[in-house]
Design a protein. Structure first.
Length: 208
């Protein structure tokens, strides 16, 4: 008796949801990522948007560490004035001296210099992209609806402003946990380990 009444009710509910929902239109999304670990989290979003029918075009420097071609999105490459060996050497130094262990006071100058070198390399890459007239013309004529970018570097914002399209910023791990504060996202240290503690998501009672 109960089962007989439940099935039609579920069917009616499903029909109401189907006919009351508005149609969803897929869009063209231009992606300006930052190479390295920043791309790993953005890649998940890019692939998910692609699975939902959006046309994803990712701008990739010719010398890239982690950004690769994929069947889930289209890549457009642009030239950069540095080699893969130079980029890897810079990123390795940053990882070993600033991320894998708590930085010491004596490391500050060296870490700052390497970060500035990495930033300078990325700025030059951005200049190479912006001054590539044929590529920029092709991207402009594509008629993208929105630009997805990492605000760690301003290149994406410049492109969005040049194309007069909105920009969506995607970044995990702002300094001083500002991203968590802005999103009002709970982040208790007893469940989410802090940087440099070396703890995983499975902490013992004393670690918590």
């Amino acid at each position: 008796m109960v089962r007989a009444l439940t099935v039609p009710a579920l069917g009616l509910l499903a029909s109401l949801c189907l006919f009351s929902s508005e149609p969803v239109q897929a869009g063209k999304v231009l992606v300006m990522p930052v190479d390295g670990s920043h791309w790993l989290s953005m890649k998940i979003l890019v692939e998910e948007l692609s699975q939902r029918g959006h046309e994803m075009v990712v701008l990739v420097p010719e010398t890239s560490v982690l950004i690769e071609k994929s069947g889930n999105y289209t890549t457009k490459s642009f030239r950069v004035p540095y080699t893969l060996a130079e980029l890897n050497a810079n990123l390795d130094h940053i990882r070993k001296h600033a991320l894998e262990r708590p930085p010491q006071l004596t490391d500050f100058i060296g870490n700052f210099a390497n970060l500035m070198q990495f930033t300078e390399m990325q700025v030059k890459a951005c200049e190479g992209l912006l001054y590539d007239e044929s590529l920029m013309k092709s991207l402009r004529e594509t008629g993208f609806d929105v630009l997805l970018t990492d605000p760690f570097l301003p290149c994406g914002s410049i492109i969005a402003d040049s194309f007069s399209i909105p920009a969506v910023y995607f970044l995990r791990g702002l300094p001083c946990r500002l991203d968590e504060a802005a999103a009002q996202c709970p982040s208790p240290p007893s469940f989410i380990p802090r940087f440099f503690t070396g703890y995983t998501d499975k902490m013992t009672f004393p670690q918590r």
